[in-house]
Design a protein. Structure first.
Length: 283
């Protein structure tokens, strides 16, 4: 920052001030944890899932800027109902890549039906999970990186003050004519991996399509300046397959004696310019 002659502020003060603010922000944020499936607990219940979302955005075919053909992971919106589109909902039934212009046309149809500022990347999945389930499941169940929960769990979390937790019915059949009670948790995309996690050899996201060829770091670090202050459960904005929670969420899970989760605390660091801020990875 240059010297401002009208105020006498000096550029040498600004970095220190930003550091103080970042440290205060970190203290306000509290602790954050990376959630994953407790595979041992899941195996002890013996449940199996074979399902996919009813609709989806197409992948991208040969981006005119980076030439990539791709579809992302970690963008799931079970609360989006495309039946409001009438006959046009048929365009979202089949997974396939499309040229950028066609992808953008289809995405514009979905935007009014999706949550505000939803990360509707190529390959985003929409609507309820459709398929079959067998056996019993823990309080929290997983299908890859898709998080599901028993109905009483969602109610228990909300009663204990967990903020902005949304869950939607699935269309999973437990047996012919009997639908499963499992709910899918819809997670917003917030926060970023810290720039220190991103190797210099990784190119910034494509400005046209958002492709970002980042692999998950062995030692993830969160960027303090990007973390939300009003959410207790979310996906990382630049690595959507990582589900992150707060200490408040884990306290609530402990209170209801919920099972099916493991967690690992992640360090939080003051931010700097992050080349992955525009879009997520998730490989």
């Amino acid at each position: 920052m240059p010297v401002n002659s009208s105020t006498g502020f000096n550029s040498s003060v600004a970095p220190f001030s930003r550091t103080i603010r970042s440290q205060e922000h970190e203290r306000e944020m509290g602790r954050f944890f990376w959630l994953q499936e407790d595979e041992g607990v899941a195996a002890s219940y013996g449940g199996t899932l074979n399902a996919g979302h009813r609709w989806g955005l197409p992948g991208l075919l040969n981006c005119p800027s980076c030439s990539k053909t791709w579809a992302g992971s970690g963008s799931y919106f079970p609360g989006v109902n495309l039946m409001a589109l009438g006959d046009a909902e048929r365009e979202f039934r089949k997974a396939r890549p499309e040229p950028l212009a066609e992808f953008l046309r289809l995405r514009e149809l979905v935007v009014p039906l999706a949550p505000p500022r939803a990360a509707l990347q190529p390959g985003s999945r929409l609507g309820p999970l459709v398929g079959k389930c067998r056996g019993r499941f823990p309080d929290f169940a997983w299908l890859g990186d898709i998080l599901l929960a028993q109905p009483h769990v969602i109610g228990g979390l909300q009663e204990r003050g967990v903020r902005e937790v949304e869950a939607f019915p699935t269309a999973l059949l437990a047996r012919p004519g009997a639908q499963s009670d499992l709910l899918e948790v819809q997670l917003a995309h917030h926060g970023q991996l810290h720039a220190d996690c991103i190797p210099e050899s990784v190119a910034p996201p494509c400005k046209a399509c958002g492709w970002f060829g980042l692999r998950r770091p062995d030692e993830p670090v969160l960027d303090a300046s990007t973390l939300p202050s009003g959410l207790d459960l979310f996906r990382l904005g630049n690595f959507e397959t990582m589900v992150i929670c707060t200490e408040r969420f884990l306290d609530a899970v402990s209170s209801i004696e919920g099972d099916g989760l493991t967690w690992r605390e992640l360090p939080v660091r003051a931010g700097r310019v992050n080349p992955g801020a525009a879009r997520g990875g998730g490989e």
